[in-house]
Design a protein around this ligand. Structure first.
Ligand code: ATP
Length: 598
């Protein structure tokens, strides 16, 4: 496919904010794509040249891209930078300066190849080499192609296309409709690689995709926890041998639940293949180089040639022999000063699951069996620690364990259904978190995505924000819906931080996939995830989270809103916007807050 034809589609996608239309345009593009280019096109739509988890970054600074544009189309780097300061988007700068440029017949594969060369450039003179490669590529492009190309090395495609939308489009393009989309999603949960799925679908059809297994080196999408309000509800709902019998009746088929301590660190998925170890975060980013002590421990403590382990890593103070709080632990996620940090804040990792061992995928094995396999895999030592677990059948024991965990300074418990498989990417009642809750507050925090900011009055005007408009994620529609405005509880420092980050991603129009009745003073790309604590979830016609209109009666159900919301922390280090709390979860929290009060 010619890169200019591909860019015409990107142009149409950029101008679309309706999700249905996005799927339609995308699937039209994919239908025209040959098997030899499908993988590349899927990565480029994501603004990448490899899957998200691959540590391949083209990573060029704005001034470098500005220099490339200047070399390609004439003019000075300063002029390009000035134009960028005015337009706020390097794509538009390239478009303007490329005016009149005819472009060429260059194909997507050829452009992809050059982008791969740019990413692979290293050593002395890297900046110049990259600039030259990019500028000679730009000189072969028409204005629209140039506009979309320069956004790739800057890591911002401005297309607003989420992974679920790409899955929808792949299904529509190749299978005719979305009826088998679940099978694509299953493969995505096991491999996290949309390019691979597309290529397999094009080459081997749906059966090929179904056969795609977990691969050591590709992160598996994490299984997540549901919430229940108390120990009684947990036993009632989870302590049965199959979900279908979990109606709460008949004590005879109660098998109990698996109870584990809930450590408050960060999730690390460890992949071992011979002497090679890689690690991935909750949002599937590669973190291997950040944790040398975990690599060492994996090599010495894991008794398997190949293995994938699900763990929670915590920083530890060797002097006081105490685990450090979450905020301290997150300081270990850094790119520089790794060795010093490893000495100052060494990590331990609690291993709570095993998903692969010596050539065999274990996702479909029941939890009890996986835990047994884990016993034989982790050699006892003090860096990797197999998480303790026990079977509990009655709510009283469960409550005591929860109190005990909290008194030890832990967050609470994770309760798991004994016979459940590992449901990659799933959040259901196979795993439930039980946390402490103080009266008058929700029992859990909510992860919101910042959608924009509303200009403030008085002293806050200096930072350009008086309140944030935040939303949650509607999984079924793959869109972000508003749930609250947050104005209080942010320090001046936090405002500055938000402003600094938001300025880089602000838009002059509502982003695609955002559904909000409130228009903030400035929209931003839905990227920044913050953890929010609120007193209560209420209903409000101002917000779109969970709002609906009955097609039969026309009756309107107002959206959900947060009462007294306040910022707890930034979560974007380990959460993508799509990992924010979902509308489904909000609905459940809304319902459980009443069942707790009963
Ligand atoms: P999310 O559910 O979206 O991950 P979160 O990041 O706020 O939300 P919680 O829901 O509070 O985290 O708890 C789930 C997390 O708890 C897991 O993702 C994992 O990182 C951590 N965790 C700690 N101990 C365990 C354990 N024994 N089993 C499973 N997860 C555990």
């Amino acid at each position: 496919m010619k890169f200019s034809d591909f860019s015409e589609y990107l142009e149409k996608l950029e101008a679309t904010s309706s999700r249905l239309l996005l799927i339609e345009i995308l699937s039209e593009l994919l239908k025209k794509t040959p098997a030899t280019e499908i993988e590349k096109i899927v990565y480029l739509i994501q603004g990448r040249i490899a899957p998200f988890f691959a540590p391949i970054e083209i990573g060029m600074a704005e001034k470098s891209v500005a220099a490339s544009i200047a070399i390609a189309y004439g003019g000075s780097k300063e002029d390009a930078t000035r134009l960028f300061n005015k337009l706020g988007d390097m794509g538009k700068v390239a478009f303007e300066l490329a005016a009149g440029s005819k472009g060429s017949e260059i194909t997507v594969s050829e452009v992809f190849e050059i982008l791969t060369q740019i990413a692979g450039t290293s050593g002395a003179g890297t900046v110049e080499k990259r600039q030259n490669l990019l500028s000679s590529l730009l000189s072969k492009l028409d204005p629209i192609s140039a506009k979309h190309l320069v956004r790739v090395p800057l890591g911002n495609t401005r297309l607003g296309i989420g992974d679920p939308t790409i899955l929808d489009a792949l299904a529509t393009a190749k299978l005719g409709d979305k009826s088998n989309r679940k099978l694509l999603e299953g493969a995505y949960n096991r491999t996290s690689d949309l390019g691979l799925i597309a290529k397999t679908l094009w080459d081997k059809g749906l059966p090929g995709v179904e056969r795609l297994e977990v691969r050591v080196g590709s992160p598996i999408r994490s299984e997540l926890c549901e919430r229940l309000p108390n120990a009684e509800k947990v036993i009632e709902k989870m302590s049965f041998d199959s979900p279908s019998t979990g109606s709460g009746q008949g004590a005879q088929d109660k098998v109990g639940v698996d109870v584990q301590l809930k450590y408050d660190g960060f999730r690390v998925q460890i992949h071992k293949e011979g002497q090679n170890v890689r690690m991935f975060s909750r949002n599937l980013e590669e973190m291997t180089h950040m944790f040398p002590e975990l690599i060492k421990a994996t090599l010495s403590q894991v008794k398997a040639d190949t293995a994938i382990l699900d763990t929670e890593a915590l920083a530890y103070n060797p002097q006081s022999e105490e685990f450090l709080p979450f905020q301290e632990t997150t300081k270990r996620r850094r790119k520089h000063g790794i060795e010093e940090a490893a000495l100052k804040l060494p990590l331990k990792a609690f291993v709570f699951d095993i998903l692969y061992k010596d050539g065999k995928q274990l996702l479909d094995e029941p939890l009890t069996k996986r835990m047994k396999i884990l016993d034989g895999v982790i050699k006892e030592d003090d860096v990797l620690i197999r998480t303790k677990n026990q079977t509990v059948k009655d709510p009283k024991t469960l409550s005591l364990l929860l109190e005990d965990a909290i008194s030890k300074g832990l967050e609470g418990l994770v309760v798991k259904r004994l016979e459940s498989p590992y449901e990659a990417g799933g959040r259901n009642f196979n795993w439930v978190k039980l946390k402490r809750h103080s009266d008058g507050e929700l029992s859990d925090t909510i992860d919101c995505v910042i959608l924009g900011y509303i200009s403030g009055r008085g002293k806050r005007t200096a930072f350009g924000a008086g309140a944030l408009l935040v939303g949650v994620y509607d999984k079924t529609k793959d869109e972000f819906v508003s749930i609250s405005r947050i104005g209080t509880g942010l320090t001046d420092e936090e405002w500055r931080e938000i402003h600094k980050r938001a300025d880089k991603i602000k838009l002059d129009h509502k982003p695609a996939r955002v559904n909000s009745l409130i228009a903030p003073s400035v929209w931003i790309e839905p990227e920044i995830v913050i953890e929010v604590l609120a007193d209560e979830i209420t209903r409000s016609p101002l917000h779109t989270a969970g709002a609906s209109t009955s097609s039969a009666s026309g009756e309107k159900t107002p959206g959900f809103a947060l009462r007294f919301p306040r910022l707890v922390s930034f979560r974007d280090k380990d959460k993508k916007a799509e990992d924010a709390t979902s509308v489904e979860e909000i609905k459940q929290l809304y319902e459980t807050q009443y069942s707790r009060q009963k």
